[in-house]
Write a protein that binds this ligand. Structure first.
Ligand code: FAD
Length: 574
């Protein structure tokens, strides 16, 4: 069913989706609720196809909640002369910021410090000029400018004077990746897709050589189900090879994982109006403003062959980031300044076959056997192109002609009416009794869907109160995460619908009880279940803290494995 009102991803919606999955034959079934899978589901459903998506854990629980959160062309790809990739990503940046989700994505300024007189300004200046020029007229962000050393220090007082001789200021985009990915799925639901998180694919259904769907297990009930589809799309990120193995043998490409760690520190620990990007011996260091109260500092780049569901950050990773950022800051940061830490795995293509893969854009789309499409690689910014390529391939051979992709113009839920709501923010503040700063923040997280939250507050005024211990968030956001945004566990709410797990020194533990009690009536939890969810979350944070004391990946991984995954660790009943 196609609706004009965004559908609430309520617990009932999940139950209905699973019922549909048991009984319907879909055109397209997507495995994986990351940005690629969510994008593929939206692409297919907005072409008029019937679509199902299954995600083993939560929307964006893999790499898609753990990126640097930049919507960017990739300035450094210019150095590698990869112009087509940059051009494509810049086009996507503009679409995302201007049209598809202006409520969720916004421009962010960066200072690029120069350390050498003469050639460097010319060299990097030409690169940034080319970057801006390639973005074209509709580039969605302001143009770059050259700064003297004193001007750069005025804009970023925490930069050490001897760390630069001048700077270039340029812009890229930023998005809360976990929320954006969830919004892709929610928009796909609006266009009729059936979606189920906590649903792990365990095998592929075959008719002769052809894949005709999947076998899956609902991890909330342990019930097994078979889902039938004309085409199945494997968008499982760093788990791509596991699905590939289900068809037997090696495929035409493999996906390997590289770990990237980020830390968060409070905004007042670094004085600067912009972000900062600085070269390191291996890659680049980003210092990125995150909301009004935090900085994100990243990232590392090391091979990872241990647990893929919970990649662990070690003390060595954190030391690396602190050492590099301290080399350019006036007041060094210490471990005590670190509020939050997260680690993600880059899904990197390896061993691909040139003949069949589309590597020009650093992602690959292939059909290893009839009925199955694999899509992997790429980056967050270019998810829409990956999704379109995957569905283009999936529908080849369908008996009737399928419409072209419409995702260049399909706006995400909350985008329609966002600018009007922004213009009305002072009136909305007056009417709701919330401060205008709150309304602005909510608009950046929900867009025009803000009205749904305000209605909930009007009915239950206590939901308009801030959470004790994480007062950037209102209680209504917690309830809404469970009633409208598909959150099924405490971990989903504290880690991805909100970012309390990385934005507070207590990492969510101090608000766990209050949050669990808020979602309990919506998710049907009794007191035992509330206690189990809180206990599980507390153990997870404890295991992460321990892993972050370890010197190497092996011991960090072993410490992190001390806490189960919430989807297998808590008996949830029928
Ligand atoms: P994922 O998000 O990992 O999704 C795959 C999903 O499949 C998972 O949710 C998983 O649970 C599910 N799954 C796996 N197996 C099964 C199964 N059997 N059944 C059902 N579901 C299953 N890109 C940018 O453009 N900008 C950036 O700033 C940026 N920074 C980055 C920084 C780091 C440190 C990293 C690691 C990556 C960064 N990227 C960035 C890249 C970007 O984050 C990834 O390319 C993108 O998120 C990958 O999304 P995905 O959907 O392919 O994979």
């Amino acid at each position: 069913m196609v609706s004009t009102t965004p559908l609430a991803m309520s617990p009932e919606f999940r139950t209905q989706s699973l019922e549909r999955m048991r009984t319907e034959q879909f055109d397209v079934l997507v495995i994986g609720g990351g940005v690629t899978g969510g994008g593929a589901a939206l692409d297919a459903t907005s072409r008029g196809l019937s679509v199902a998506l299954v995600e083993a854990r939560d929307f964006a629980s893999g790499t898609s909640s753990r990126s640097s959160k930049l919507i960017h062309g990739g300035l450094r790809y210019l150095e590698q002369l990869n112009f087509s990739l940059v051009q494509e990503a810049l086009k996507e940046r503009s679409l995302i910021l201007d049209r598809l989700c202006p409520h969720l994505a916004h421009p962010v300024p960066f200072i690029l410090p120069l350390q050498h007189r003469g050639w460097e300004r010319l060299y990097l200046g030409s690169g940034v000029l080319l970057y801006d020029t390639m973005a074209g007229r509709h580039k969605a962000v302001p143009s770059h400018s050259h700064l003297s050393r004193s001007e750069a220090l005025r804009q970023f007082p925490s930069l050490r004077k001897d760390a630069l001789i001048g700077a270039i200021k340029y812009y890229d985009g930023q998005v809360d990746d976990a929320r954006h990915t969830m919004f892709l799925s929610r928009t796909a639901a609006q266009y009729g897709a059936a979606l189920a998180t906590s649903t792990r694919v365990t095998g592929l259904l075959r008719e002769g050589d052809r894949v005709v769907g999947v076998r899956a297990v609902d991890l909330e009930t342990s019930e097994e189900l078979e889902i039938h589809a004309r085409a199945t799309v494997n968008a499982a990120g760093v788990w791509t090879d596991d699905i590939q193995e289900m068809v037997g043998g090696r495929g035409q490409f493999n996906v390997r994982a590289s770990k990237g760690v980020h830390i968060l520190v409070p905004r007042d620990r670094i004085h600067g109006e912009t972000g900062l990007i600085s070269r390191t011996e291996k890659s680049v260091l980003f210092v990125i403003p995150w909301g009004k109260s935090h900085w994100i500092i990243g990232t590392t780049d090391t091979d990872w062959e241990l647990d893929r569901a919970h990649p662990a950050a070690s003390r060595t990773d954190i030391d690396y980031l602190l050492d590099h950022v301290n080399a350019i800051l006036t007041s060094p940061l210490t471990h005590d300044d670190v509020e939050g830490v997260y680690a993600g795995l880059r899904p990197l293509l390896a061993g691909e076959s040139e003949a069949t893969s589309k590597l020009s854009r650093e992602h690959a789309v292939i059909t290893p056997v009839a009925g199955l499409v694999m899509v992997a690689g790429g980056k967050y910014t270019t998810y829409r192109v990956m999704a379109k390529d995957a569905i283009d391939l999936a529908v080849q051979g369908f008996p009737t002609t399928v419409a072209e992709s419409t995702t260049e113009t399909t706006r995400l839920a909350g985008a329609e009416g966002y600018h009007a709501a922004w213009n009305a923010r002072h009136r909305l503040a007056e009417d709701s009794g919330l401060h205008v700063n709150r309304i602005e923040r909510l608009l950046g997280r929900y867009g025009s869907l803000l009205h749904e939250l305000l209605e909930m507050v009007a009915e239950h005024p206590d939901l308009g109160e801030p959470l004790t211990g994480a007062d950037e968030y209102l209680r209504v956001e917690i309830a809404y995460a469970a009633s409208h945004e598909g959150a099924l566990h405490l971990d989903d709410v504290l880690t991805r619908r909100t970012r309390i797990s990385i934005e507070t020194f207590h990492r969510g533990v101090d608000v766990a009880q209050e949050v669990a009690e808020l979602v309990a009536p919506i998710l049907g939890w009794d007191d035992d279940r509330v206690a189990a969810e809180v206990e599980h979350y507390t153990q997870r944070v404890q295991a992460e803290r321990e892993s972050q004391q370890m010197d190497d990946d092996q011991t960090a991984d072993a410490a992190r494995m001390g806490a189960d995954d919430v989807r297998t660790g808590i008996p949830t009943g029928a």
